[in-house]
Design a binder for this molecule. Sequence first.
Ligand SMILES: NC(=O)c1ccc[n+]([C@@H]2O[C@H](COP(=O)([O-])OP(=O)(O)OC[C@H]3O[C@@H](n4cnc5c(N)ncnc54)[C@H](OP(=O)(O)O)[C@@H]3O)[C@@H](O)[C@H]2O)c1
Length: 312
Amino acid sequence: MDYTTFGRTGLNVSVMGLGCGGPSRIGQSAEKSDAESIAIIHQALAAGVNFIDTAEAYRTETLVGAALKSKGVARDKIVISTKKSYRREISPALVREGLEASLKRLGTDYIDIYNLHGVGPLDYARLRDEILPAFFQLRAEGKIRFIGVSEMFNDDKTHQMLRDSLPDDVWDVVMVGFNILNQTAREQVFPQTVAQDVAVQIMFAVRRTLSQPEKLVAALQTLIDQGQLDPTEVDMDNPLGFVFEESDATSLVDAAYRFCRYEPGVHVVLSGTGNPDHLQANIDSLCRPPLPEGVGQKLRHIFRHARAVTGQ
Ligand SMILES: NC(=O)c1ccc[n+]([C@@H]2O[C@H](COP(=O)([O-])OP(=O)(O)OC[C@H]3O[C@@H](n4cnc5c(N)ncnc54)[C@H](OP(=O)(O)O)[C@@H]3O)[C@@H](O)[C@H]2O)c1
């Protein structure tokens, strides 16, 4: 595993973060047993992954806590990121209550990165003014080390919430949607995070579209229909086939993870799976060298106007 400094948090983190949400929720969405999900976490730890992302909404915090406990992982050897939901109901008291419940499920007395979960642009100012002070208070008490925010990428495909929030300079960590198909964060988010040394974790590196060929064709068609992709620049019978002809990429998933990992400004790429073979493949991908510059350039060029899809 490779490691990097996680922006201004100064934390030493693995370049791959294990995502315990997303479509698979470490296998829970595919009816895998708790033991199988815990085995996924153990496999990631054994490969050197020291960054785990979960959330109260994922219902995987208990599994993370159990996995860390059963391996006797020293608390200072793991970086735990979890999130507070706000959509049903939120108040400073509920933040404290939620944090205490997360601590209990995770079996720890502090969270490294506590995030506001899936914040939409219309909600941002209210949450900053009414809820963020509760995060500051918990940080002052030592229950949170760093404060983060994650965006609602499917509804906010060009990062309006992050564009509004970064100038406040109160977020140590942001979770950003970025992948081959939607590279808008390169212009909209990364210049600001780099300037402020804000730590960046990437979600949606692969999601479903880049791991399922029929979904890829549909996404490309959407981009063509919206005038955001030049149809002469993609072969719909063999989409992105040039990636394999011109690089050592073993799959589109492999190329997608490598594309994200080496993007300037990116610290951690999250990867979620309930499948041990996929996990090993993704670990390998995130430890491989960058794609050849020519392939990266072509991918940047082809999708330069794309903003209508997220890879969902
Ligand atoms: N707003 C938010 O805060 C937010 C939103 C979304 C995600 N997240 C976080 O970000 C993490 C990453 O999420 P994500 O959206 O990027 O999706 P993801 O959780 O990484 O999901 C990847 C998808 O691709 C499949 N997959 C993974 N590796 C594969 C491989 N090698 N070959 C084929 N298929 C593969 C997985 O299914 P299998 O199980 O079959 O492998 C899964 O369906 C989440 O786990 C979560 O922690 C946060």
